[in-house]
Design a protein around this ligand. Structure first.
Ligand code: ATP
Ligand code: MG
Length: 383
């Protein structure tokens, strides 16, 4: 029955250039999912040809406030009346309301007049139906736009947020855990295109560890069309770090090293920020002292979208984006394998620097790991 999907934009407070940029980027993103000849983008709405595939894709696109499967008819009162009756016949309801909107002020009737005419039309064509303006079983929406009018009854909530790419790029440290995938999705929601970096330590980490991260990124790629993963074989650096004289600092030094490597790659790709799934005080290593000691090694900003979240809130979001079950799969993680018995929870920068001075081959090994980076590409699987 439906012929079109009417798509509404979020962040309507945007003005001028920002609004133009929003719409242009949203259009580019819609085109990753919807064929060019099935999409029309206007200043306040987009229209897609109705299909299950197009409808499904809108679940993954940030910047959309809501959307409605609709029928498109010619803007002609007699036609609108007929089509509305046909549409209403497909619905079951007792009480109803009509909500008309005129985008085209040239249309002869005002919204109120149109509501009245169409309400009468329904009453005339159906027995035992009544108008209820406060809590009707169904609301028939009529949106009159120039030569075309749209009739629909459902508002499906969109993801909101900003279209991915309006805010630039971020390099995200992704693990197979629950948190970092959720953090990545929140960054996408604010318009960032997320690039991924992951550290593995074969042979301790195996095929499963890698597959898990791949699966997580495949999932997150739904929200941005395509993704790049920089996978770093960190084994040599890690073995070297294991020689450190103060074993309690192993994890601190490993994380400092992660960020040096991440920043190096970010700068090569003109990425202006790093990000992670850290959460203040969730685990012993995520203390302010630890964050402070680790952040010192980079000059790029580090975004931590989950810093203030409760674990239960994070789990709820992980379930909503379908990464929760993937994260639960058992696989060996670099950090867990490497953890000393009692890691320092409140590290300080002086000790970290002193220990790094002892490890004089560290930067050489980090460079080697960077040069051997494996770059993996992900994109939507279109049928
Ligand atoms: P997560 O669930 O995201 O793994 P977590 O609560 O388990 O988080 P940690 O394992 O301490 O916390 O890791 C903190 C952050 O460090 C992660 O959110 C992620 O951004 C980054 N990180 C940890 N391990 C790796 C890894 N092997 N490769 C890349 N980044 C990592
Ligand atoms: Mg983890």
């Amino acid at each position: 029955m439906y012929t079109k999907i009417l798509i509404r934009y979020g962040e309507l407070t945007l003005k001028g250039e920002n609004k133009k940029d929003f719409i242009k980027t949203l259009k580019d993103n819609l085109l990753l999912y919807i064929k060019k000849d099935e999409l029309k983008v206007e200043f306040d709405r987009a229209f897609a040809t109705y299909s299950n595939q197009n409808l499904e894709s809108l679940k993954f696109i940030f910047g959309i406030s809501s959307y409605s499967p609709a029928i498109e008819v010619e803007t002609d009162l007699e036609i609108i009346k007929q089509e509305l009756v046909k549409f209403a016949k497909t619905k079951s309801f007792n009480s109803f309301a009509i909500a008309s909107r005129r985008h085209d002020k040239k249309f002869d009737l005002t919204s109120n007049e149109l509501n009245k005419v169409l309400g009468e039309q329904i009453l005339k064509n159906f027995k035992n139906k009544s108008v209820n303006l406060t809590s009707p079983d169904i609301k028939f929406y009529i949106e009159v736009r120039d030569a075309r009018t749209f009739i629909f009854s459902d508002y499906i909530q969109g993801l909101g947020g900003m279209p991915v790419n309006t805010a630039g790029k971020v390099l995200h440290l992704i693990s197979g855990g629950i948190d970092s995938p959720v953090a990545a999705n929140l960054l996408q929601k604010r318009g960032l295109k997320v690039y991924f970096i992951n550290f593995i330590t074969p042979p301790q980490t195996d095929k499963k560890t890698v597959e898990k991260v791949d699966q997580i990124i495949e999932n997150l790629t739904h929200y941005q069309g395509n993704s790049l993963l920089f996978q770093i074989n960190y084994s040599k650096v890690m073995n070297y770090l294991s020689l450190v004289s103060n074993q309690k600092y192993k994890i601190t030094l490993m994380r400092r090293s992660f960020y040096r490597i991440a920043q190096n790659i970010a700068k090569k790709y003109e990425i202006k920020a790093l990000s992670n799934g850290e959460n203040l005080a969730q685990v012993a290593s995520q203390t302010l002292e630890s964050i402070h000691t680790i952040s010192q090694v980079v000059d790029l900003p580090i975004f931590r979208p989950l810093l203030t979240y409760d674990k239960l809130e994070i789990i709820e979001k992980a379930k909503a984006i379908n990464t929760f079950n993937i994260s639960l799969i058992k696989a060996c993680e670099t950090c867990e394998l490497f953890a000393p018995k009692s890691p320092v929870t409140r590290p300080n920068i002086e000790e970290a620097l002193r220990l790094e001075k002892e490890l004089d081959k560290l930067s050489e090994l980090e460079d080697e790991a960077i040069n051997l980076v494996e770059i993996k590409k992900f994109s939507l699987k279109n049928d």
